[in-house]
Every structure is written in structure tokens, then in C-alpha cells.
Design a protein around this ligand. Structure first.
Ligand code: PHE
Ligand code: ZN
Length: 878
């Protein structure tokens, strides 16, 4: 039990800071055990703020204060007070220079916030509130200062010394130590501060910006990874060019630094001029990284680069505005990835991710608006809602405005707010002004939690050739907040004729039709009707093309309609979506009535897609992938864990048996013995081949097992090796053990590959998986102190293996909570993420519900929980 409930922070309580900091000069004497930090701050009263009690309260946690002076005069004990989370200076002047010196202990920092040790290097993570673990400061994003950083460290242990901005003079201090100075000319909030010290391998490249500025690009990795940097560097250059072309944004410093670290809580961090990355999003070689890894790296490198404008040059006024930078930046990286690869496949992956992660979040106990209005621990709000739903909101704005007005709007935003810490309203106001549209109602999207539903009805009038679509929006009620009113929703639609061709779209109140294809209908009220005229026969509607809004569509398609759309829609995304809807329908039927025959045409449509040589193989692979067990569970009133598994396995089996010949042919036709290439075509062919393998291995016989083993042994690339290993593990027995042993022996020195080895075992649907996972806790390579390793074993099992985590015995729940209790004192951020595996507890049957609640209560009654875990548990129990 939390002794005193931690305080809740509210958006409505925002006040401008009473003091501002113009300049910060930091001096670090770095050492893993004890580092000394001296900070010189130029502080002045904020003319725009109301005067308080005259005291100055600086944030600071786990700091040992050694020295404190105002304008060179050391302070007496009566002039200040040290609290666990603050330093309070009594009655300070209106303008003064503060010097503080503190000691901190990086090697003991297991939370990985502030300054910490990763392997032999020292690095920082300050977002959201880590800077206060480095020095006393006004740790809030609306305090923007110029920073200079001086780093002093042992030359042999830490030959590389990095910080934000441009490099300044460096110096040998003669006593075995050296010094480096960095200057960042751009004012920034302290969450963007970073430093790195280590013995690192450097890869260098150059980039010339559109206006001719020469930028030195440098990637730093642990020396053994020197040959895994090429893809990250190439991705960075592509992202820099793309941002110039699409948004007119250029880079602004002389150097751009990226450091890969092995211990990192999140994906990566956009610190000004010095991005710090989870090594997982930097390192790749065809034999160590899968296609998904390659795409992930490209996306995250771009994401952090794009933050230089959307996040750094323009930042958030307060943490409630987090989606201002994250939603927009995710939208930007998604569009970049779509431009670099296959647009349809990229969109499908993004929407699948949204539906699998954000939709459940938005309907569960942790639901919150894209702009939350209250939090206990801000680290708990780096969520799928703030990031991915936030990106969907920006996408809708781009759709509503069209490319030209949207670009004018973003240009205005960059021009008007450069150097400022702003709000979501400021962003929307620029888009509104540049487009002449009233976007006031759109702000409701930022305040309203829950996934809206669109109920679509239609009506055909044969005599007049008129087709009427009526769309009603329904926003699910949440207990504690009134509906914000109707949302503006762009609905992209097409109408298909009987041959599957797009029809011209002629709305009744318009003089002429728009050409055949897609058009965006806008909803502004609870219910809207659209009358299309001039049609020869009843069309089939293709709704919400490209997933033009983050909503659920309810329309009564027949099975035949879905088969038709799955094979004919000109919108690739909707071909996939139709296949998903149909598969979902069949699978849920299979749960309740296991022996329902498949509708005619389903297997046929599958066969046609499998063998449709004209279509993008990547898209075909997506269309033929069945919805996940967790996603199916989310569609049920009460999740039927075993029923879903059984139904899904049955359908896979039917497909595999009926289409065996076609699957084998597809497998063979998409073998590619050539060198590894990362084109959308090559990626798509591997995906299709490995999809065929997955189906074939379901009814594994000697022939398919041999194929799978051969693919595993061939070591063509990690994509193929992992695909094969996955099904070998599932097949079990000696084959599985041999493959796992061989894999581990080969890769035991490459941490990221070892993570895959743990993950694949945690994902297995075999009934002894929990036992295996438990014994892997004792494996020589397992450690709780590396977040990637922990996620690969514990995270994968609890968050991605619905069947085994939710075993009816409840053993999975006990296992999870044991791990959370072990982890919470060390790394509360990651502990709080793991607890979310129990967030959906109310959706399960009574037995499981009781077991999960029991474990949540066990947590709730633990003394001294972190704020992070407390908040998640308290909200989950409700
Ligand atoms: N701001 C980072 C990003 O989205 C994510 C992050 C948040 C990293 C907090 C570390 C800590 O790019
Ligand atoms: Zn981000």
C-alpha cells in the first residue's frame, strides 16, 4: 500500500514559471562511482508570471549538495532548504547567478534516468524528468536555456566525450584526464540535455543541406559493432533529405551525433544534436537483423531526426502537450517510411499496431485523451494513445486540409513558434489560419478518450440511380467525462461496380461527378447522409479507405462483399481490411460454433491472393495473415482464450491443407538466393515466402520440416532464420532444442540476437512455455538489469503470448507480479510497463478475472511501490 497517495498533476493548474534560466554552464567531472556536477545558472524573474513568495524552488532528486552560491557568495544554512525532491532558496534577487555543485552516482543508477552507466560508457536520459537527477534546475519544458557543457574524464577509459551542440576546444589535463567542451547555440528545455563518455567506435559521413551547410554525421557504437552501422547512417541521410523536401526543414548544427547504447528504457531520444539510441534501433547486418528490424531502424532514426524541428526547435509548454511533438513526429516518420517503402504495407503495419495496442488501451482502465488532463507519473503517458492515436489526429488534419494547405500550415507553425514552448492549440491555430478552416471542433479529438464508432447504413433507389450512405458517429461513454460533442471525421470512400472498378462519384448537390477513385467525405454532426447520383446499379462501398480516421466502422457487409473487396478493391489497405473483417468473422464464429463450414469463396479468395502474381507480394502476405489471438480477444465480450486459439489453429489448418500445393509453389517461387536487399519487393517476397512456410509448418510433415530446417541452416539472412526457427520451436522435441542450441552457440556474443533467442522461446504456444520461461530466468545470459533482455523474455511472454500468459491456472499472473516486484525498486518505468499486461483483466472470464485481480491487489498492498507502478495498479483496479 502506498503510505500517502502520490499527488496528481492537473493540466488546469498550469502556471508560467516564476523564474527563467537564460544560460546554463555545466561542468562534469565524470566517474562511474561518483560524478561531480557543477552548474552555473543565469536566473531571472519571469516578467510574464505572477509573483509568488519570493522563494525559488529548484527540482532535484538523489543529489548530494556540496556547494551553493549566489553571485559568488556561498549561502548560509538559513538561506536554503534541501528536500528529497527540491532545493528551496529563500528570497532570491530578481536576477542572479547561481552556482551549485552536487555529487551523483551513475553506476548505482538502475532506473536509467539521469546519468547512468551502460557497459563501459556513461550516458544520460533526461526526458521527461531525468535532468533533476543530474543537477538542481527548473525541470520543466517551458524553461528554455542556452547550454554549454564541459566534460572531464579519464582519457583511457573515456576517450570520446560528447554533449549537445557544436564541439568546442578540448584539452589534455596532464593527469591522465582530458577535457572537452560543447556549446549548444539553440535554447532548449533541459529534457533535451545529453552527454556521453566512452571508448566508442566512430563511423563518419557527411551531409550537405539544401542551403549548402556542411554537416558532419557521426555514429558511435561499442567497438564490436563497427560493421552494423551502415543502414542507420543511410537512413539518417534519407531522413534529412526528406524533411527538406516535404517540410522545408533543414538541419541547424555543424554535427549530428547518434550513440547506440545497450541499456535504454525506450526506443531512442532526440537530445539536441546528440541522439541517444537503444542499440536495437541502430545496429543491423543482414545476418543479425530481420526486415522488421531494418524498417524499425529506418523509422526511429527518422523519428528522432524529425524531432529536431517538431520537438526541439519548437517544444511543448508542459507534459500534457506531449502529443504536440510525438503525434506530429510519428505522423512524419510514418509518411517517411511509406515514401521509402511500400505505402500500403506501411499503412497496414501502422494500423495493425494501432488496433492491437491503442484500441485496447482506449477502451480499458488506462484510457486517456491524446492530451491527458491529469497524471501521477508522466512516464506512464508515453503511450500508444499519445503517440499513435496522436499521429492519426495529425493525419486527419492533413487529410482535411489537403497537401497544400497543410504545408502552408506547418510552414506557419515553424515560422511563428521557432524557439518556443507551445501548446496543441498553437499548432491547430496555424493550420486553421493557413487553410481558412474553423478547426475549433477538431480540438475535441484531443480531449475525448475512446474509439469512436461509425454506423454506416445505405439505401439504393433503382428508379433514380441514387445511392445514399448514412453515417452515424457514436462516441463510447466514459464514466467520468461528458461527451465533448460530435467530432470532425474525414471518411475516405470509393464505390465499386460489379467488376470491381471504381466509379465516378457524383454527390447530389454538386454539378458534376469527381473522377473515379477515392473521395473524402466529412462528418461534422452526429449523423450525415451523402446521396450519390447517376449510378447504373447498386455499388459496393469501400469505406474508410487508407484508414482515414482512427475509428471502428460498422457496416453490414455480406461474406460475399468482403471476398469481393478483398480481391478487387483498388485501395490496397481496404483489400487487407476486408480480409481481416472476413477472417475475424469466421474465427469468432469458429469460437462459438466450432464446426461451421467456411463460406464458399473464402478459400478461393485466399488462393487467388496467394497466386496473384500482379499484386505486391508484401501486400499479399498481409492480406493472408490472420488477425492475432489478442486482437480477436479484444473483439469479444468475454475473451475466450482457448476457444480463440482452437478456432484460429483450425482455420490455419484448413487453409494449409486445402492450399498445400499453392503454398509450396509460392514458397519456392519466392526463394531468393541473391544477396540481401531491402527493397519493398525483396522484403515482400520474404514475407510471402515465410507466410507460406508458417502455414505449411502448421501441418508439418517430413517435407515441410525439411524445408524449414534447410532454411534455418542456410543462414541466408536473419529474417529467414527467425521465420524458420519460430516454427521449429513450435514443432518442439529434439529438432527445436537442436536449433535453439545451434542458434545460441553462434550468436551468444551478440546481445541483440540473444534477445531474439529469448523472445522466440517466450512466444511459443507449446504448453510448457511458462516453465521454460521460468527456467530461462536462470540462464547465464539472462539479466533483469538490461531492459531489452527483460522485454525479450518477460515482456514477450506476458504481453504477446495470450494463450500461455492467460493460462487458466493463473500461474502466468503470479510469474508477472513476481517480476514486477523484483524490478520496481530498480527500474520503475519498465516495471510499470509490464503491469499493463493485466490492464484488460475485466474482459476475461470470472476465474481469470479473480486471479488477475488477486495479483493486482497483491501489488497494491505492497509497501513503497514506485509512483509509476502505483498509478497503473490503482487505475487498473479502478
Ligand atoms: N522522446 C522519445 C521519442 O519519442 C521517447 C522517450 C521518452 C525516450 C522518454 C526516453 C524517455 O523519440
Ligand atoms: Zn518521439
Amino acid at each position: 500500500m502506498y503510505r500517502n497517495t502520490p499527488p496528481t498533476i492537473h493540466l488546469k493548474d498550469y502556471r508560467p514559471p516564476e523564474f527563467l534560466i537564460d544560460q546554463v554552464d555545466l561542468r562534469f567531472e565524470l566517474d562511474p562511482d561518483t560524478t561531480q556536477v557543477e552548474a552555473t545558472l543565469a536566473i531571472r524573474r519571469n516578467p510574464a508570471a505572477t509573483r509568488g513568495d519570493g522563494n525559488l524552488r529548484l527540482d532535484g532528486e538523489q543529489l548530494e549538495l556540496e556547494y551553493l552560491a549566489i553571485d559568488d557568495r556561498p549561502l548560509a544554512r538559513s538561506e536554503y532548504r534541501v528536500e528529497p525532491e527540491a532545493l528551496i532558496l529563500r528570497r532570491v534577487p530578481d536576477r542572479f547567478r547561481l552556482v551549485t555543485r552536487v555529487r551523483i552516482h551513475p553506476a548505482r543508477n538502475t532506473a536509467l534516468e539521469g546519468l547512468y552507466q551502460s557497459g563501459s560508457m556513461l550516458c544520460t536520459q533526461c526526458e521527461a524528468e531525468g535532468f533533476r537527477r543530474i543537477t538542481y534546475f527548473l525541470d520543466r519544458p517551458d524553461v528554455m536555456a542556452r547550454f554549454s557543457t564541459t566534460l572531464i574524464a579519464d582519457r583511457d577509459r573515456f576517450p570520446i566525450l560528447l554533449a549537445n551542440g557544436n564541439p568546442g576546444p578540448s584539452q589534455d589535463l596532464g593527469d591522465g584526464r582530458h577535457l572537452a567542451r560543447w556549446d549548444d547555440p539553440f535554447p532548449k528545455p533541459c529534457y533535451l540535455f545529453a552527454l556521453v563518455a566512452g571508448d566508442l567506435h566512430q563511423v563518419e559521413d557527411r551531409f550537405t543541406t539544401a542551403s549548402g551547410r556542411e554537416v558532419s554525421l557521426r555514429l558511435f557504437v561499442e567497438p564490436e559493432h563497427h560493421d552494423q552501422c551502415e543502414h542507420a547512417m543511410r537512413s539518417l541521410k534519407k531522413a534529412m533529405r526528406w524533411d527538406e523536401e516535404r517540410y522545408g526543414r533543414e538541419y541547424d548544427l555543424d554535427v549530428y551525433l547518434i550513440v547506440a547504447v545497450s541499456h535504454f528504457n525506450m526506443g531512442a531520444m532526440e537530445n539536441k544534436g546528440l541522439n541517444i539510441f537503444n542499440a536495437k534501433y541502430v545496429l543491423a547486418r543482414p545476418d543479425t537483423a530481420t526486415d522488421q528490424d531494418y524498417l524499425g531502424i529506418q523509422g526511429v532514426i527518422a523519428h528522432e531526426y524529425f524531432h529536431n524541428w517538431t520537438g526541439n526547435r519548437i517544444t511543448c509548454r508542459d507534459w500534457f502537450q506531449l502529443s504536440l511533438k510525438e503525434g506530429f513526429t510519428v505522423f512524419r516518420d510514418q509518411e517517411f517510411s511509406a515514401d521509402m517503402g511500400s505505402r500500403d504495407v506501411t499503412r497496414i503495419a501502422d494500423v495493425r499496431n494501432l488496433r492491437n495496442r491503442q484500441f485496447p488501451e482506449d477502451s480499458g482502465p488506462l484510457a486517456h485523451p491524446v492530451r491527458p488532463d491529469a497524471y501521477i507519473e508522466i512516464n506512464n503517458f508515453y503511450t500508444a494513445t499519445v503517440y499513435e492515436k496522436g499521429a492519426e489526429l495529425v493525419r486527419m488534419l492533413a487529410t482535411l486540409l489537403g497537401p497544400d494547405a497543410f504545408r502552408r500550415g506547418t510552414d506557419l507553425y515553424f515560422a511563428r513558434h521557432d524557439g518556443q514552448a507551445v501548446t496543441i492549440e498553437d499548432f491547430i491555430a496555424c493550420l486553421a489560419e493557413a487553410s481558412g478552416r474553423d478547426l475549433g471542433p477538431f480540438l475535441r479529438w484531443y480531449a475525448q478518450p475512446g474509439t469512436p464508432e461509425l454506423e454506416v447504413r445505405d439505401q439504393w433507389e433503382d428508379e433514380t440511380g441514387t445511392y445514399r450512405l448514412t453515417i452515424r458517429q457514436r462516441i463510447p461513454a466514459t464514466s467520468d467525462r461528458p461527451s465533448s460533442g460530435p467530432l470532425p471525421i474525414p471518411v475516405a470512400v470509393g464505390l465499386l461496380d460489379a467488376k470491381g472498378r471504381d466509379l465516378p462519384l457524383h454527390l447530389a448537390d454538386e454539378p458534376a461527378p469527381t473522377p473515379a477513385g477515392t473521395r473524402v467525405l466529412e462528418l461534422h454532426t452526429d449523423e450525415t447522409s451523402f446521396r450519390f447520383v447517376g449510378l447504373a446499379a447498386r455499388p459496393i462501398p469501400s469505406l474508410l479507405r487508407g484508414f482515414s480516421a482512427p475509428v471502428k466502422v460498422r457496416y453490414d457487409y455480406s461474406d460475399q462483399d468482403l471476398v469481393f473487396l478483398m480481391t478487387h478493391d483498388s485501395d490496397g489497405f481496404n483489400r487487407w481490411d476486408a480480409a481481416q473483417s472476413l477472417a475475424q468473422r469466421l474465427l469468432l464464429q469458429g469460437v462459438s460454433e466450432p464446426n461451421t463450414p467456411l463460406p464458399s469463396g473464402f478459400i478461393d479468395a485466399f488462393r487467388r491472393t496467394l497466386t496473384d502474381e500482379d499484386a505486391d507480394p508484401g501486400l499479399r502476405a498481409e492480406i493472408l495473415t490472420l488477425p492475432s489471438e489478442a486482437y480477436l480477444g479484444d473483439q469479444m465480450e468475454t475473451v475466450d482464450v482457448e476457444g480463440i486459439h482452437r478456432a484460429r489453429e483450425t482455420l490455419i489448418g484448413q487453409i494449409a491443407t486445402t492450399l498445400r500445393a499453392e503454398l509450396l509453389a509460392t514458397y519456392r517461387a519466392n526463394q531468393d538466393p541473391g544477396p540481401y536487399r531491402l527493397t519493398p519487393l525483396a522484403i515482400g517476397r520474404r514475407a510471402l515466402k515465410n507466410l507460406a512456410l508458417a502455414y505449411l509448418m502448421h501441418t508439418s510433415d517430413d517435407e515441410t520440416l525439411a524445408l524449414c530446417q534447410a532454411q534455418f541452416a542456410a543462414h541466408q539472412n536473419m529474417t529467414d532464420v527467425m521465420a524458420a526457427l519460430r516454427w521449429l520451436v513450435e514443432a518442439g522435441g529434439e529438432t527445436a532444442d537442436q536449433a535453439l542450441d545451434a542458434f545460441y552457440r553462434r550468436w551468444s556474443d551478440d546481445a541483440l540476437v540473444v534477445d531474439k533467442w529469448f523472445g522466440i522461446q517466450a512466444l511459443s504456444q507449446r504448453d510448457d512455455t511458462l516453465l521454460r520461461v521460468e527456467s530461462l530466468l536462470d540462464h547465464e545470459a539472462f539479466t533483469m538489469t538490461n531492459p531489452n533482455r527483460l522485454r525479450s523474455l518477460v515482456g514477450t511472454f506476458c504481453l504477446m503470448n495470450q494463450l500461455r500468459f492467460h493460462a487458466a491456472s493463473g500461474a502466468g499472473y503470479v510469474f508477472l507480479v513476481d517480476r514486477v516486484l523484483e524490478l520496481d525498486p530498480k527500474n520503475p518505468q519498465i516495471a510499470a510497463r509490464l503491469v499493463q499486461a493485466l490492464a484488460q483483466w475485466r474482459r476475461f472470464d470470472e476465474t481469470r478475472r479473480g486471479l488477475m485481480r488477486g495479483q493486482l491487489e497483491r501489488l497494491f498492498h505492497t509497501p513503497d511501490l514506485s509512483k509509476d507502478v502505483y498509478e497503473v495498479v490503482a487505475k487498473t483496479l479502478g
